[in-house]
Design a protein around this ligand. Sequence first.
Ligand code: NAD
Length: 231
Amino acid sequence: MKTIVILTGAGISAESGVKTFRGSNGLWNNYRIEEVASPIAWERDPELVLEFYNQRRKQLFEVSPNTAHHALAKLEKKFDTEIITQNVDDLHERAGSKNILHLHGELKKARSTIDPSLVYELKDWPLNIGDQCEKGSQLRPHIVWFGEAVPAIMDAIQIVKKADIFIVIGTSMVVYPAAGLINYVSNEAKKYLIDPNAEEVSGIKNLTVIRKNAGEGVPKLVEELLEMGEL
Ligand code: NAD
């Protein structure tokens, strides 16, 4: 079976109603990153940080996967399929995809501030001051903040090296180390980039750029790949 590796960013969830990161209506136009998504912000004003992520989490309980998330789940019928996502939402999971690596954490999880191995599933949207881990420390969002290491990146590199087909969807490719993953894909692998605002890309072999919204571009490509099957 051939291996398809997919790297997704905020753009794949845009048509579900989850705001992207940058762009004209981007999330960060209303907030300053350093005020809500960094270890310094957490130290300075944990209540504001929790409130920011509580709002994001509340919104996540109100949205659903779109046609792009659903289409990707179908690939598993014919391919070894691995999704590496920069997204902190759970829309790939809810669409039925099985192998998902979250590079930047997960909105519906919280973790201990003294023991990062203690991670908890959140059943509801608010995480409050006073919510503690079993060792008695305040819980924080299970999110990789700006300035923090990306622990899953080594696993992601191993995954992209296996790709026969590599698909990038809805990411501005400016947030590292995720943006560098494409450099680990083999020259022989077929590569696709689906993003309505994709810029010219040079120096990447076998790359097809599809300047369409994920909701249109992804189902079409998935259909083509499923027809191609093992060829
Ligand atoms: P980004 O906002 O920097 O880029 C989004 C990209 O999506 C842009 O290139 C844009 O052209 C494209 N896009 C917009 N609408 C699209 C559509 N309908 N179909 C396809 N593409 C579309 O996002 P990024 O590159 O993922 O930035 C990374 C950071 O943003 C990550 O750290 C991630 O954790 C965070 N983030 C995640 C979510 C989420 O979980 N849904 C939402 C906002 C931000």
